[in-house]
Design a protein around this ligand. Structure first.
Ligand SMILES: [Zn+2]
Ligand SMILES: [Zn+2]
Length: 412
């Protein structure tokens, strides 16, 4: 796990954070602050060169699962890697192990460098990453990939420091040549922004609704206020209220696991109602007339787990369609599992679940490219599970989840 060194915004003491930490806890002044940002987190790799001479080159850092729709079955692989986010040839495509050996710093408007190169979007970069990975895993060689998707648990930008000396670009950490640069590119490099417009914000863990202290866990993407039963997520430096439901508790001695329930308009295939799904997935139940008008929801875990379990839970809950009734004004569950997958990532799983649950993959997969998913809504739903030392169990839905699959890395 990568580490970030920062100074406590309140007392200035050094604090070491892990890259997916959302909470800064100062060991000296005891302040607790929630870390937010506009877009993904951005970090710089430290080096001893004078900062005003440094050209910072961005790299995407991503951790998550790639899913490939292939016949006869869907495949997945876990990815934990970096890839250059700028269109420059000759420079190393990935960062290798360096960031793990060094403590990163938050990138910030305070750093005045020679240039910060603008990043290419992750969507634009992903096909290049997937191409590299497919080759590495032999996926493209052996079979047709009809659709692929990446679902990330962590996406950030890392700025690696380089120095321009004559026509050579030097790696400023290793102090050795990285690439020879033609004059036109030299000019482009130096026209990058001298300062970033990005910074991390550290906000008090106080409920925006009632002002109470919010108990916050280290990795959770949401803050739950036990005083007024509200749930908050960060959105560009401010907290905004999240809608949520809690399913009725049929289990004893429960823990609550968070899931996303998502509605979407599907074009290119008839999949609007539960009856459509029952036919599409060949569910072992007779289609009832009322199912024809029952809106279909797609489900996905809102917590990190292995790609296998992510797929299985998404399929199971989508096939079950848990009821949408809600316990209004009821308390937020005690110690629910952390929400670590945002709705924006979960939405990407709709197409995968649609493909994974299909009974006739040979018929469906060649048509996947023509299917369009237009997400309409996403709501967080807590589902109660009883548990023992090994697993979480929901007897009503016949679902069990090994606890190990939640803690173990790799995960998504
Ligand atoms: Zn402090
Ligand atoms: Zn509150």
């Amino acid at each position: 796990m990568w580490q970030i060194e920062h100074q406590c915004p309140q007392c200035g003491a050094p604090v070491t954070l892990q890259e997916n930490d959302r909470l800064l806890k100062c060991g000296y002044c005891r302040v607790e602050l929630y870390i937010t940002s506009e877009g993904c987190m951005r970090y710089c790799i430290p080096c001893s060169a004078p900062v005003e001479q440094i050209i910072y080159v961005p790299y995407w850092r991503f951790r998550g699962a790639a899913f490939y729709c292939t016949i006869p079955t869907m495949r997945h692989s876990f990815i934990d890697s970096t890839y250059i986010a700028a269109d420059i040839k000759n420079i190393p495509e990935a960062l290798g192990l360096r960031p793990q050996a060094l403590k990163l710093r938050f990138a910030s408007t305070d750093i005045k460098a020679a240039a910060f190169l603008p990043e290419t979007s992750f969507k634009e970069t992903l096909p290049l990453i997937q191409q590299r990975l497919s080759i590495a895993e032999n996926i493209s060689m052996i079979t047709n990939v009809y659709y692929k998707e990446f679902i990330g648990e962590n996406l950030s930008l890392i700025y690696a420091p380089y120095l321009l000396k004559g026509n050579m670009l030097y790696d400023a950490v290793l102090n050795r040549p990285a690439a020879s640069i033609d004059p036109e590119l030299q000019e482009t490099l130096l026209t990058g922004d001298k300062q970033l417009k990005w910074k991390a914000s550290f906000i008090p863990t106080l409920c925006p609704n009632c002002g109470a202290d919010i108990k916050c866990t280290r990795h959770s993407l949401a803050l739950a206020c036990a005083s007024c039963n509200t749930l908050w997520s960060q959105d560009n430096g401010t907290l905004s209220r999240m809608k949520f439901s809690i399913l009725k508790n049929a289990e004893r001695g429960t823990n609550h696991l968070p899931f996303w329930r998502m509605e979407a308009e599907i074009n290119g295939i008839q999949l609007a109602s539960y009856a459509d799904l029952a036919r599409h997935a060949n569910l072992p139940k007779a289609v009832k007339p009322e199912w024809e008008s029952m809106q279909l929801s797609f489900w996905a875990p809102a917590f990190n787990t292995t790609p296998e379990i992510f797929r299985r839970l998404s399929r199971q809950l989508t096939a079950i369609q848990p009821p949408s009734e809600q316990r209004i004004n009821s308390a937020i569950p005690d110690n629910p599992l952390d929400i670590t997958i945002p709705a924006s990532e979960a939405i990407e799983s709709i197409m995968l679940t649609l493909a994974d649950i299909s009974v006739d993959k040979k018929e469906l997969y060649p048509k996947l490219k023509k299917i369009r998913v237009n997400p309409e809504s996403a709501r967080l739903v807590y589902i109660p599970f009883s548990y023992n030392s090994h697993e979480y169990i929901n007897k009503q839905y016949c679902i069990s989840i090994y606890k190990k699959s939640l803690d173990a890395a790799p995960s998504i």
